[in-house]
Design a protein around this ligand. Sequence first.
Ligand code: DC
Length: 221
Amino acid sequence: MRISVAIDGPAGAGKSTIAKMIGEKFNLMYINTGSMYRAVTLTAMNANISEKNVDDLVKIVASLEMHFEEDHLFVNKEDLTDMIGMPVISNNVSKYAAVPKVREILVKLQQDIAKKFNVIMDGRDIGTVVLKDATFKFYLTASSEERAKRRYKELITKGIDVDYDTILSDIIKRDYIDTHREVSPLKKAIDAIEIDSNDLDIDGVAQKMIDYINSNIKNNN
Ligand code: DC
């Protein structure tokens, strides 16, 4: 039987760190769907294609062969992991991710991967659209200030020069676009378990999920 775990939530809630940990624990392939939208953004921006030029955008997206090795995203055999984490991509990705045709292609790709492998996928629409029948669904939240604080630390640790207020306002802007777009806006699936990580560290959140998965896998047997 295929197992799939969906983790949704706003930017900076800790989804990818948690997904990586849970993936290792339960031997699931980790698919970071945000990085797929980021790769589209990077490629389109490099080719000077705006989000309004849907025809050219679709051609570009269709020409990208994407696969994951561990938590690295390879696009046409090139490891884009570092480049797609840059603030310039974070600040533009929501516009490209709001294009319905882009979503159509990436969602299909994500669903195909989940048919072949046991996966843990994180994103914005995994529990509501991509994996509606996921075995486990989680919705991870934290206040925008807490998320900005974490993103700030992460970028500074990577040696990227940023300032906290800019990150906070970018997060608020991105939340707005992600929750208000017409197609697949960010929202909690009705059957998702919500975890607020304001007062929990990464290990605390991961442990909650692990306990939930373990007790429900056992209950199913
Ligand atoms: O998780 P992230 O910050 O890397 O996501 C980047 C952007 O991609 C985010 O602003 C919203 C979009 N996204 C999406 O629309 N649907 C997904 N499943 C994942 C990300």
